[in-house]
Write a protein that binds this ligand. Sequence first.
Ligand code: BGC
Length: 766
Amino acid sequence: MSDLAVRSRFFFRATVVLLLVQLSSLISFSQTKPNARDLLRQMTLEEKVAQLSQLPGFPIPEFKEQVGNPEDVVRKYGAGSVLWVSDPHEINRWQHIAVDESRLHIPILFGLDVIHGYHTIFPSPVAMASSWDPKMIEAAQTIAAREARAAGIAWTFAPMLDIARDSRWGRMVEGAGEDPYLGAAVARAQVAGFQGAQPGALDRVLACAKHYAGYGAADGGRDYDSSYIPEEQMWNTYLPPFKAAADAGVATFMSAYMDLNDVPATGNRWLLHDVLRDTWNYKGFVVSDANAVHSLITHGYARDGQDAAYKAFSAGLNMDMASGTFIKYLADEVKQKRITMQQIDDAVLPILEAKIRLGLFEHPYVDEARIPEVVNRPEHQEAARAAIQRSVVLLRNEQNLLPLDKSKVKSIAVIGPLADAQNDLLDMWGALVKPGPTVTIVQGIKEKAGNGVQVEFAHGPNIRRDIPSFFENTPIITVKEQPQQTPEEARRAIDESVALAKRSDVAVLVLGEIALMSGEAASRASLRLSGGQEELLEAVAATGKPVVLVLINGRPLDISWASEHVPAILEAWYPGSQGGNGIADILFGDANPGGHLPVTWPRSDGQEPLYYNHTLTQTPEDAPDFTSRYWDVKSTPLYPFGYGLSYTSFSFDNLKLNQSEAKVGSTLDVSVDVTNTGARAGDAVAQLYIHQRAGSASRPVRQLKGFQRINLAAGAKQTVHFKLGPDELQFWSPAMKKWVVEPEQFDVWVGESSQAKLHTEFRLIP
Ligand code: BGC
């Protein structure tokens, strides 16, 4: 045989063997569950660093300039994750690059902000928190997970657990409000909904506890500004929801953007290592917020990209979200021996394990044909509608204007710049994902009112931000500002609205904030109804027609005038896909509102930050002859934390403790009778508050330590039980520098808000 023939046979055989090896590795990597440590052993340093990186799934010129084309990175080294690809077809295209073309075929974990729904959009988180119904919240996030996972999203950047005590901060809308106890309960419910009992099931997603931690305490409520939070408040107020999420098994954490006590959260070893890993023994992985690793330079904390990569990684961060800093510098840090390979392996391992647990190796691709069948299930829409019914908060209802009586009301004027809105009912994140159709409020009212009632619509003046949102110009956000109007156009719009109100029996005004007025980069200095809405409201109210104000917004607004002059006010927040239907259900009494505020409602922005669980001063608010800390406005809220009305009424009596004196460490039983004293069935939210009268530190005037939402038929009575044990009675003492339960006297109140009157007390003894 000629030399050439031997060589070509050899090459032929070698090629076949190579192909078989490649094929078998493809089969083994795409169809079976690998072992994370085996995988790690085969990886080069660069491949490991790629797993520590989340690449942008959309064009970022700086990233391309610094690191190269993200798709080429995937081809060459793979990638831990890709951000913001929401189109399933695109997800498959990226995944094929990772699985077919990268050496080790490790699938990508796609991450997206599925905050309150993917196709079926549920009410915003602050709205769902208003339900005080963790089971409902869990069910909602189960549906969000099912839809997102069917579309290839296996990781959501939710829940947002930032305590928000300042309504000027735009991101209040994304969280559960101001209270750590309610926040922790909502955190657990969301983690359970997203992840299920067994993280990794094919209809669930990984959750991400964000923004760790203290983001909501931004100076002046200005988004991204520094937070200065004493350790006492970190432990007692800002960390509990995160601890609850960690205990509930949340798969990932996200480090926040801002400086926390002068050390940016993304480079803060106390947060990411001492608290999260050492104290809480957390085993999942931590991703930065977007570009936050690179931002360590902007903060004036890191000298350059190399230093930023070092500081973030050694603080305890696993994954760099889209800044390219890890990809660019981490391998070099290992070569320079500032970071060890063991540290890199420890950081990569939980990421590989998460992918394995999720079944991504066996099921890397989206079955595009199956998506409509999953996301269009009618029961998802029904659940979204029920969630609105449970989330809406009735703030005022003079002379029982609500519910509207179809036998009396024959014509309804639906007025306002948000009455025919679609995307604006979803908030910014709801509009970012792949929302299905949205029922506007006019549509919902028309549908519900039926043929006998005439429903007409007037838009009123347009509303828009004075300073536009930078999100409006991103390729993936579909929600827009309303067009600029001339003063004459705005005036005409008000006149038309007034004329409509005059020829109608009732006016329903739908006012508030377009989606881009709340959320990220949407803080505001004034909480007043913007853009001619106050004028519109006053002009319509001046017609003398009964007015119902429906608020669509992400935070309390200054409605002091309305609270005295408008007989009925419904806080609907951003209600989601079924907005119009859910609100119409409430307006016409097919559902009875049972939502309660998860935030304190200020009279004016000048009072912010305003929260109920502050400590006492030498001149308490209710001291005799003391009226306000301000001379131009009362310092009390317009509506207190926990407040919400119903179409029925409740009484709370017979508050009992099983012991009036108990040893430190014991658990007390509390019971109270709740009676529906009105004429229709409704939901009461029984809320339990405590106060420790003295101790090693001043304690808040009140702290929520238990709640239950119950349904009662007209006239029905139920005894509600609570437990008060060490978990509820402990606090982190700044004097002792540890968690303590102190032998002191305690007050207990139970009722319908943080101003509940029904009181008892007990003593803890050593
Ligand atoms: C936000 C995060 C979000 C991330 C990815 C950031 O701007 O602060 O909450 O998860 O973008 O979308």
